[in-house]
Design a protein. Sequence first.
Length: 238
Amino acid sequence: MNRTVARLTVLGLLGRRRGALLLVVPALLLVISVIARGADVDKHDLAVSILGQLSLGTLVPILGLVVGTGVIATEIDDGSIVYLLAKPLPRWKIITTKLAVAIVTTWVFAAVPTFLAGLILVGTQDNLAVAFTLGTMVSGAAYSALFLLLGVVTRHAVVAGLAYALVWESLVGNFVNGAKTLSVQQWGLSVARTVAADGSISAPVALGVAVPLLIVVTVAATAFASVKLAGLTLAAEE
């Protein structure tokens, strides 16, 4: 990890309008949790619904998209990436540094609010707050890698990412049984199920399938992004 690249990436990410957007979505989750806490319904089911659908299903992919594409797509679009590529840095180190920034940022703005929302809704009951927090962390890392890759391979990363999040993750991945095995959201839900009390959370994907897929997708997306970034260097030199 390169500290200079990390510092510049953080400044570029949080210094633009993305910084405000990163605060809006988590704040909305917390506000909804506070309001929902007073509802006369089963608190366990309410927490599972809000943390599973609103946080893991909506907050994490949106923040993953904003952050994952934001750490590099803007630099590629405005051409400033050329100055970074001119430095004697391995391309994989640039990618892994930006990915680390994306993952930590996603954790701060998604995992932490998820934990707080869980405490607001049910406290420590059935370990739901910790379970969904861990689920958002592992899925957030995978989303960050996928959307970082999109930021490298296409100038329409945000549009492509939205299409993926809305069509595949929200629709196909939730309602088509066979597709659930290939859904990052369902993988995160599987991890959350193993941490929560028995029977508290249901997940269609087994942990033995979810964890390897999370690792493979994250590593493969990172490696491919490194290769594509090296290709941008060659194109610039030509």
